[in-house]
Design a protein around this ligand. Structure first.
Ligand code: ATP
Length: 919
């Protein structure tokens, strides 16, 4: 294969020959062969950390290193058993945290694989979507506005194609492209018949043949930018780091103090040192960030199942605090399954019958069937078919569509009158087009119409336009009425506007159509290449009629919006559609309530920033807006302290998706550019999935907070026990190895199990958490101190009880050791929820926790009863009555928390807490 730089100076035929491809594209076998030869179309990434390296990195913490050193010293001093036990527990803890980190890595990898891009190719004469990485040189690719160019390619056909090459060259203005061969020696930057990997289509569409893939592309050198998932630390991890440091310092001070005291009281120096390090290791929550990543990663997995694909881990947290969701209407709140129900031609409103996309149905005026041969109807529908890029086809006895559903609906209506695109496209070929965009709100094509064609009133070069009624009407000076082209008087214009309102009031989306004849001197090539301004063509047009289509709301959306209201989240509809249509649908869905306002884009333009901010909380619907307006909405909400989620699909939505706290792109209809700018992608384009993701986001936060509080209470308990026992009784209540074991058990399995606790019914009944609020608040610290204090108290009770009976120090330590382990197991059940009784959640609804607790109990029994472990952990067997005391005391951990939940639940109820709030 030749160097990619040389395809620009050849005619298309010779490029085809050179690359061994025809207009039908490559065959599957050939593509497969080339894939083997050239490799996958991917940019190579930096080496990933190997599993071994990840494992070793678990032992890098200073405390662990001190502990390992201490165990070596122990061994040298002849304490071989201690040394072995310490090393063993350190190793086990390392394995556990490795497993956590490894799972976290896997979660991130999963994100990457799910967000890998696709490309549209022509292979064996048919259009299909394939993963971009399977592209090979010679593949024909179809590109359109918003697509990321998947490989370097030579353009062979284009309509108004412009690309944004800023990622490659830094040039911020879109570059106009053409398919013409260029002179040799054209500098690389001026090779306008080539498109390059990593750049994006800013406007228009085209077909190109791939000339280079993967690292061979111009972008290969700048590798690593595309499709990567940001690995930034999340705010949660940051705040946990801070919290961890704080705890660390506090622990070290206490431990150093106690150890010194121990030495003063006559305990051996080295024992106290070892013991102090063990206690510090136990109390410092260094594994927390990894556990949190796993928590977030697991949440991401659950969200995928609920059709929400989070692209960056921190977004999971943002979802939990989101309090405004701004959503597009078409396709997100509605089904995007459009059916034309009404038409307005020749000043008459007609009803269209039929269901779905099936091209069967009739036209009625009142009760009377209208002949499809009516010239006005024919003129309207001819425009609807020609100025249209969609398709309808039958698959498995069912009618399906491809392309834009709005256009498909027009096509289905035309087919009901016998006008079919495949035939008409041949009869009246399209010579040029000015594409639709959300800003223009219209689309125009130039077609060649034969004289007397199907009673159409014009012939020659004809422009057909369709779009938003006010835009089309604004460009019309004539109307096709009573079989003639007449002047469009202000009275008739008003009458038509009245019909638009009437249709919109019935929640119909209204499209207006028009046409005009063009002098033959307007060269279509020039129009296509953007040389002729659209305004010159889209003026002085003939109005041909209106088409009103129904797009039913998605069934699940109404409930989802109610759920948002209960959860204190405001839903806002932002749409390019007509104000009245939008309001009608918003009312139906419960978004637009009494006293809420609807604002159009131009009304928004006329408001000053301050005035707008004053109103923003009352506005529920924005209609006829441009993507740029979304930025103002985001800004106003942010200034008021809201956390804003915003949806978008078009190429021009990218700035808004970036500016929002949570940019949400559409997986099915969204452009690559919008997906890349987003923090989350909805794989089913459905509003309800946003709400599901918010629920998961809140739940993850709740779970993380719960297992942190669990760990906190455990650590506080341990430190308090030793502190009080040494100060008050001059007794070492737990040995270093026992402390390490408790640490292994409390930090090991239960937090993993707590992180998979499913959402409870309260998650979406509370107001969103304040963004400023950290993960550990006074409430968590109070809970930690409370339960930690309780565990210490239990230990002291058993200590005095044992002393009274004159038990040996080994028995005393075994009792406290076992008590703490069991108390922690009861405590783990406490932290499944901070407000609901474990009995109302169901004892066995978190199976992993049940297994984790059972495993721990079995391990503890082994430690107490198996001789080898008895020597290692200096334990002795317990009698039945001793077990009774241990269990009775340990169970108070659960009982007291249940009582707290019960009474605080009652007082919450009195204060109206937990009540459904809508604000
Ligand atoms: P949303 O912003 O909620 O997705 P929308 O689909 O109505 O709503 P746009 O796609 O920006 O928003 O469309 C704006 C308007 O342009 C529509 O209300 C319609 O009148 C017109 N329109 C939509 N699609 C086409 C099209 N393919 N050709 C011509 N006009 C269109």
């Amino acid at each position: 294969m030749r160097d990619t730089g040389v395809y620009y100076d050849q005619e298309i035929n010779s490029v085809f020959k050179e690359l061994g491809v025809s207009e039908a594209g490559l065959s599957s076998e050939e593509a497969e062969k080339r894939l083997k030869e050239y490799g996958v179309n991917e940019l190579k990434e930096k080496e990933k950390a190997s599993a071994l390296r990840l494992f070793v990195s678990q032992f890098r913490s200073v405390l662990i290193l001190i502990l390992i050193t201490a165990s070596i010293i122990s061994a040298l001093l002849g304490e071989l058993i201690d040394a072995a036990v310490i090393l063993f527990t350190v190793f086990l803890a390392g394995v556990l945290s490795f497993v956590q980190e490894y799972r976290a890595e896997k979660a991130i990898e999963l994100l990457r694989s799910l967000t890998s891009p696709e490309a549209t190719v022509i292979r064996e004469g048919a259009e299909k979507k394939i993963p971009s990485k399977e592209l090979v040189p010679g593949d024909l690719i179809l590109i359109q506005t918003g697509d990321r160019i998947p490989a370097d390619a030579r353009i062979i056909k284009e309509f108004n194609l412009k690309t944004d090459e800023s990622s490659l060259t830094g040039e911020s203005l879109p570059v106009k492209k053409s398919s013409e061969a260029l002179p040799s020696e054209t500098p690389e930057a001026d090779r306008t018949n080539m498109v390059y990997t990593g750049t994006a289509v800013a406007y228009g569409r085209g077909c190109a043949v791939v000339t280079a893939t993967g690292m061979e592309t111009a972008f290969g050198e700048l590798a690593g930018l595309l499709g990567t998932i940001e690995r930034s630390r999340t705010p949660l991890q940051e705040s946990l780091d801070k919290f961890g440091r704080w705890i660390g310092i506090a622990t070290l001070i206490i431990v150093a103090f106690v150890a010194m005291l121990g030495v003063l009281y006559g305990f051996p120096l080295f024992d106290m040192f070892l013991w102090g390090v063990a206690l510090a290791v136990a109390a410092i929550p260094e594994a927390l960030p990894a556990v949190v990543t796993v928590g977030l990663g697991l949440g991401v997995r659950r969200m995928v199942k609920r059709h929400a694909l989070v692209r960056k881990l921190p977004s999971v947290e943002t979802l939990g605090v989101t309090n405004v969701i701004c959503s597009d209407k078409t396709g997100t709140l509605t089904q995007n399954k459009m059916t034309v129900e009404k038409l307005c031609v020749n000043e008459q409103v007609l009803k269209v019958t039929g269901v779905g996309y099936s091209p069967e149905g009739n036209f009625f005026k009142g009760e009377t069937k209208v002949s499809v041969d009516d010239v006005h109807l024919q003129a309207l529908l001819l425009g609807a078919v020609l100025c249209n890029d969609a398709g309808i086809f039958k698959e498995d006895e069912k009618w399906e569509i491809k392309g834009d559903p709005t256009e498909a609906a027009l096509m289905v209506a035309a087919a009901k009158a016998g006008l079919h695109k495949t035939e008409l496209d041949k009869e009246y070929p399209r010579l040029a087009e000015i594409p639709f965009s959300s800003e223009r709100k219209r689309m125009t094509t130039l077609n060649k119409v034969e004289a007397d064609a199907d009673n159409f009133p014009l012939n020659g070069l004809v422009a057909f336009s369709k779009g938003a009624p006010e835009v089309i009407l604004g460009s019309c000076t004539k109307i096709f009425l009573d079989g003639e082209i007449k002047t469009l008087s202000p009275e008739i214009k008003q009458l038509i506007s009245g019909k638009v309102r009437e249709m919109a009031d019935q929640a119909l989306r209204v499209i207006a159509l028009s046409f005009r004849s063009l002098a033959e001197d307007i060269s279509p090539e020039k129009v296509s290449s953007g040389g002729r301004p659209a305004e010159e063509i889209e003026e002085d047009m003939v109005f041909s009629g209106l088409m009103g289509m129904r797009d039913p709301p998605r069934e699940e959306v109404k409930t989802a919006i109610q759920k948002c209201a209960d959860a204190g989240i405001k839903t806002v509809m932002i749409t390019g559609d007509h104000k009245i249509t939008a309001s009608a649908i918003a009312k139906e869905l419960g978004i637009l309530k009494e006293n809420d306002l609807t604002l159009t884009g131009s009304e928004l333009d006329s408001l000053g920033d301050a005035e707008f901010e004053d109103k923003v909380e009352r506005i529920s619907v924005y209609a006829r807006v441009y993507p740029i307006h979304k930025l103002r909405v985001i800004d106003a909400f942010k200034k008021k302290g809201y956390v804003v989620a915003m949806t978008g699909d078009g190429v021009n939505d990218a700035p808004a998706l970036k500016a929002a706290d949570m940019g949400i792109a559409m997986g099915i209809t969204g452009t690559d550019v919008s997906k890349e700018a987003s923090s989350m992608i909805l794989t089913d384009d459905n509003f309800a999935s946003i709400v599901a993701a918010v629920e998961e986001g809140r739940n993850i936060f709740k779970n993380i907070r719960n297992f942190i509080t669990y760990g906190l209470s455990a650590h506080i308990g341990e430190v308090l026990i030793v502190l009080i026992a040494i100060l008050g009784w001059r007794i070492l209540p737990l040995l270093a190895v026992q402390i390490l074991w408790i640490n292994l058990i409390t930090d090991g399995l239960p937090p993993m199990a707590l992180s998979v606790e499913p959402p409870d019914s309260g998650v979406m009944r509370q107001k969103p958490r304040n963004v400023e609020e950290g993960i550990v608040t006074r409430r968590e610290i109070a809970a930690g101190l409370g339960i930690g204090g309780l565990i210490a108290l239990q230990a002291l009770i058993i200590l005095t009880w044992a002393l009274d009976r004159g038990f040996s120090i080994e028995k005393l330590q075994t009792l406290i050791f076992t008590l703490v382990v069991f108390s922690e197991m009861f405590n783990a059940f406490n932290w499944r929820s901070d407000r609901y009784s474990i009995f109302s959640l169901g004892l066995f609804t978190n199976k992993p926790l049940v297994y984790a607790v059972l495993t721990t109990i079995i391990l503890q029994l082994i430690v107490i009863y198996v001789p080898l472990f008895q020597t290692a952990f200096r334990t002795v067997p317990l009698s039945l009555s001793e077990w009774g005391v241990v269990l009775a005391l340990a169970s108070t951990t659960l009982i007291s928390m249940e009582l707290v939940k019960y009474f605080s639940g009652r007082s919450h109820k009195k204060k109206g807490y937990g009540k459904i709030n809508s604000g």
